[in-house]
Design a protein around this ligand. Sequence first.
Ligand code: VGL
Ligand code: ZN
Length: 196
Amino acid sequence: MKALIVIDVQNDFCPGGALAVPDGDQIVHGINAMMSDFDAVVLTQDWHPAGHSSFASSHDAAPMTTIEMPYGTQVLWPDHCIQGSSGGAFHVDLESDRADLIVRKGFNPAIDSYSAFFENDKTTPTGLEGYLKTRGIDDLTMVGLATDFCVNYSAVDAANLGFNVTVRTDLCRAIDFAGSLDQAIEGMKQAGVKLV
Ligand code: VGL
Ligand code: ZN
């Protein structure tokens, strides 16, 4: 059984949003067109409380700088995807009604969560592994935003959990900050993720 995992296709990651990914909105129609090819469609939604610890504004720091957190280095982002805000909503053209499951992540004020499977401490699970495995799903295709952060972390975790993982790079877009895209591609390849 196979699932399409659609990562964070939300207004704040699209042009005009708080953490806009270049051309982030260009993938939406291609993603909609794929949905009927899968046994399950899962959407993820970055979903932070106001004042989240991944926000530069919470540390009196400039966006796109880094700090050390108890779980490792954390990039500090502009405020984005605040719970219930229009920036946190899915892109209006994404056919979100077709989702079997919506996974929200990043709701813990003290820990960021790029991956759909684990928070950035790499131990706190979101529950998605259990959902997929209990539905008999072993094959995942990932698309969405951003290639070098949430798609990357989700794909590597999924491969490490034993799923067969393909990333459709044509249906992803990257932030590409300080070499993050090249690093992400290398890391995904090493984890056994198929990039097509
Ligand atoms: C993401 C940075 C912060 C993503 C989420 O969806 O790639 N990036 N929060
Ligand atoms: Zn976030």
